[in-house]
Structure formats: C-alpha cells, structure tokens
Design a protein around this ligand. Structure first.
Ligand code: TRP
Length: 342
C-alpha cells in the first residue's frame, strides 16, 4: 500500500501507529485537532507509540538545549492529561533510542542533498527561521531522522498534520531503497492519517505558533480562554450585530467547527450570522463555554499529575525501554541490508 493521502483514513487492527512531537513548548488546541484526537481514538485499537522527538527539536534549537530537555516531561504530561494511557500507548524519548541514530546514519546514504533541499516542509521552515544559507546540517537532514523514527517501529500509520505529508513521502522512498538493498521486504511502507478537521488558525487568523502567542494551550486557565477568545479575529466588516457577517476566515467559527459537539446548532448560527442579526459577543460566549468544557478536565488531570513527577519519569523510562528493544531489532535487519554483521 503506497497511497499515503487521506484517501485511506481508516486504521486496521494490524496497523502500527507512530507519531511524535518536538518538545519545544506546551501542546495547544491545534495539536489536539491535528493529531492528539486521532491518537486517542486509535488507543486500544492498534499498537501505538508516541515519540517525544528531542533530537529533532535540537536540529533547530541547539542553543536552547536546556529548554528542550525541560519540555520532554512537559509533553509527556500533556499526553497523559488528554487521556493517553501508558498501559495502551508507549511513550518514548527519541534520544534514549540509540538505534534511531544509527538508522539515520545508514539512511543518509540513500538520500541526496538535492532531495532534502526540495522537501517543501523543510523549505518553508528554513524560510520561517531565516536560516538563509546557514542551515544546520542536522536540520536539513531531519526528514531522514524522522524516517528512522517511523521505520524503527515498522510503523504503517502516522497521524499527523498535512505539513508532514512530505516526510511520509520521503520515508517511503527510503523504505523502498532499503528493501531493494535487502532484496526483501524488511520494512513496511507507511501512510498518513490526516485529521478530518482543517488546520486550526491562531486567534488572530494567522498560523498558530508558540512564538506569536496566538495558540490556545491545552492547559489554558478560564481567564486565558476568555482573553484569547475575546481577541479572536472575526469579520472586520461586521460592525453592528444587525450587519450580515462572513463565516469564512472567521476564527470563532473555525473553532466552533472544530470543537462544538452540536454541529447542527453551529450550522444554524452560521446562517444567522450571514443573514445579520447575530453579534460576535454571544458567539464568543458560546465558544468560551465549549472550550472550557473541553479543557477543564485536561487542566485538572494535569494539575494532579504535576504533583507526581516521579510517575511521569517512570512512564518515560518504561516506555523508552520497551521502544529500545523494538528499534534495536529493526536496526539488526537494516544493518543486514547494508551487509554489516555478515
Ligand atoms: N516533525 C514532527 C512535527 O514537527 C514531529 C515528529 C518527529 C514526528 N518524529 C516524528 C511525527 C515521527 C511523526 C512521526 O510535528
């Protein structure tokens, strides 16, 4: 199966699921609709591993190594707080899995620099970070390390945002090259599991980003929620409640579409808004209530877990030990493909 688009969004019981997050900051609602929600749905259905990708974070943040290290348990706390259950989902730390580093070194021989420079996600990130010609080599090569993450677990399904599709494509190119070298199908190809909710904008309508402070953290306080919802971009032409308003590009509706469990009412509200006669204030009140209902249990569970850091560290240790065994067995096969250990 080489189709890696949304046309095969369903998980099969024998799928192996792997995803990761860079530990550079608190997870936010964009992560929730983009992939956390799918991971929760997959839990218990298939084997699943979540990788806290600290090595990948270092590829553009080597000057902030302590910050990255601090965020490893923070991301684990976010996972546990949303309901990831370590008895069903393995949570592992990338840097503790030496097999992934070795797989990366082997795969680097199967990829050209030109191909890496063409990766559209890397290109966009290079621009965003203003690297110009000073691209850290590790950063240019992180898609290869991500291929190691995915294949290191023989993953077949990767729940990610659409910005990660080029990574899946590059992973499958590497898989095919390894299998050709081995003259056997030692690694499976993988496909992306895209969220069916469109990408969530930041409260100002721009791309949600930690540095812009326009994302709503998973652990936002009621005050944060109020402040961020108040700041949401709606329709600048909708001055009076009686004016007809635009729904497209309206951030409040983007969030209601993503989170309001009552889709029928949201459709009615859209009609009303378009027609005129519905102000921003009642809409924002509704969204505040919807977000508070979603976030309140996450916030409470996180506060509880924060009092038991030793438990979180144990989860990471046990998960990484389990993942170490799996990735080492994959490495043995891949070393064989390169005629090592013969
Ligand atoms: N690149 C991903 C991101 O920035 C994080 C990541 C690292 C990942 N390793 C992965 C995602 C493996 C999927 C599979 O969000």
């Amino acid at each position: 199966m080489s189709d890696n688009t949304a046309s095969q969004p369903r998980a099969e019981a024998n799928d192996v699921v792997l995803t990761g997050d860079r530990p550079t900051g608190a997870l936010h609602l964009g992560h929730y609709v983009g992939s956390l929600r799918s991971r929760l749905a997959l839990q218990g259905q298939c084997a699943q591993t979540l990788l806290i990708a600290d090595l990948q974070a270092l590829t553009d943040s080597s000057g902030r190594a302590a910050h990255v290290a601090q965020h490893v348990p923070e991301v684990a706390l976010d996972y546990l707080a949303v309901g990831i259950d370590p008895a069903q989902t393995t949570i592992a730390v990338q840097s503790r899995l030496s097999a992934l580093a070795e797989l990366t070194v082997l795969y680097l021989n199967l990829v050209t620099v030109a191909r890496l420079e063409r990766n559209p996600t890397v290109k966009a990130e290079v621009e965003l970070r203003g690297f110009e010609r000073d691209i850290p080599a590790g950063f240019l090569c992180y898609p290869v390390s991500q291929a190691a993450d995915i294949t290191g677990f023989r993953a077949t399904l990767v729940p990610v945002g659409d910005d990660q599709l080029p990574m899946i494509e590059q992973t499958n190119e590497i898989v095919r090259r390894v299998n050709r070298l081995a003259d056997a199908s030692i690694l499976p190809e993988c496909r992306a599991l895209l969220s069916n909710t469109p990408r969530l904008p930041g409260v100002d309508g721009r791309k949600a980003s930690k540095s812009l402070g326009n994302a709503i953290p998973l652990t936002a306080s009621p005050d944060d929620i109020r402040r961020l919802v108040q700041a949401m971009y709606t329709d600048p032409g909708h001055l009076r409640a009686s004016d007809p308003g635009r729904v497209e590009g309206n951030v409040v509706f983007a969030y209601l579409d993503a989170f309001d469990p009552d889709a029928t009412t949201v459709e009615e509200l859209k009609e009303h808004y378009r027609r005129g006669g519905l102000g921003d204030v009642p809409l924002k009140r509704r969204l505040e209530a919807v977000l508070e209902a979603l976030i309140a249990p996450i916030r409470a569970r996180r506060a509880e877990l924060e009092r038991d850091r030793a438990y979180v560290m144990d989860v990471l240790r046990a998960g990484s030990e389990r993942a170490d065994v799996v990735t080492k067995s994959v490495l043995r096969d891949v070393r064989g493909a390169f005629a090592l250990d013969t």
